[in-house]
Design a protein around this ligand. Structure first.
Ligand code: KG4
Ligand code: ZN
Length: 342
């Protein structure tokens, strides 16, 4: 029988519990406090922490019931130790420590970003060779070389200003599309033209390709959109949404495929909340097929924050024989992406 791992995720506004048996997903319960933050136009850390405290026990109970197991069947507990909002992370770490200690089971404090990537291995086979990973979420955008998701990740590049998801959220606010902005722009763009406005692709000049080929910048794009709206008061919102989205998608994939080519790695994983974007998924599928690159993207509901991804990484750590996190540990709000676990 494969080991059962319970994963706890509280790095932002989702109190999320996932349970896996080996690589089979048994439960994926998400209690989100997003509605409580919407009127502030962004996540308020204190509200998120309090919501985690209230949601934690019911979410664990529901996940255990949905999995048709009892708490005692759990072989290991995994928890997001960082990066994220420190107060929010602490609720998860304290809950996971209590649960692991009470059950007498090992506890893995894992990296939220590595977890985003590893959730893919619940649906697709884990690559047996190195892969390039494009990680695009609300707080991070990076290009990584993943040699082994349980311990060997190299950063090739990252955003120099806004994260990709943050850019979606900011533009959605300007376009009065609400929060979170990614899904709203995705929806609005369906009826717009992606070629209506030629927005800039950040860090793609000849000099940029020579000096920072795998870094991203979205602040110039944000300014360009704001200027366009000022200059064209009768703009068609769906066209702006679609053209903005196209600029983000284009540059993300240009750099991802360039990284594959330069490293000779013919496998690409796209993960994080922005990987749920329908245009990114479609263009990635097209361009990877053309370039002979094997593409993996988790199902859309596993791209945004969830507990299954934490359980998945815990399960991979356990089966790889990686040591559990020893003793009491703190959450690390700025845990670097290369550090897969504590
Ligand atoms: O990974 P995630 O759930 O949380 C973080 O770790 O940050 O990512 C959230 C981000 C938000 O910025 C949200 O707007 C974006 O992912 N997002 C999307 C879509 N769904 C979520 N962006 C573009 N298109 C989407 N469909
Ligand atoms: Zn995330």
């Amino acid at each position: 029988m494969q080991p059962i791992v319970l994963g706890i995720e509280t790095s932002c506004d989702e109190t999320a519990i996932g349970i896996v048996r080996g690589r089979t997903l048994l439960a994926n319960v998400i209690a989100s406090s997003v509605d409580e933050h919407a009127r502030f136009g962004g996540v308020v850390p204190e509200i998120a922490s309090r919501a985690h405290l209230e949601a934690m026990l019911p979410a664990i109970e529901r996940a255990v019931a949905e999995s048709q197991i009892s708490l005692r069947d759990i072989d290991a507990v995994a928890v997001t130790a960082g990066p994220g909002l420190v107060g929010a992370l602490l609720v998860g770490v304290a809950s996971a420590s209590g649960l692991a200690q009470g059950l007498g089971r090992p506890l893995y404090g894992v990296n939220h970003l590595a977890a985003h990537i590893s959730v893919d291995y619940l649906t697709h086979d884990q690559p047996t060779r190195p892969t390039i990973a494009l990680l695009v979420s609300g707080g991070h955008s990076s290009l990584l070389q993943v040699n082994d998701i349980t311990g060997s990740i190299t950063k090739l590049g990252a955003t120099m200003d806004d994260a990709a998801g943050e850019a979606f959220d900011k533009i959605a606010r300007i376009l009065q599309l609400g929060f979170p902005g990614g899904p709203a722009i995705d929806r609005d763009a369906q009826s717009g033209s992606a070629s209506a406005i030629d927005f800039p692709r950040g860090l793609t000049t000849t000099n940029d390709w020579a000096t920072r080929p795998y870094d991203f910048s979205f602040s110039g794009l944000k300014t360009a959109v704001a200027r366009y709206l000022e200059s064209a008061p009768k703009y068609v919102r769906a066209d702006v949404a679609a053209s903005f989205q196209e600029a983000v998608v284009d540059v993300l994939l240009l750099k991802s495929l360039a990284a594959c080519k330069a490293t000779g790695i013919d496998s690409l994983v796209i993960a994080g909340g922005v990987a749920a974007n329908s245009r990114l998924r479609a263009v990635a599928t097209e361009r990877c097929a053309k370039a002979g690159i094997e593409l993996r993207i988790p199902k859309p509901d596993l791209c945004t924050d969830n507990g299954a991804m934490v359980a998945a990484l815990g399960s991979l750590m356990l089966s790889a024989g990686k040591p559990a996190t020893r003793g009491a540990f703190d959450a690390d709000s700025s845990l670097p992406v290369e550090q897969v676990s504590l």
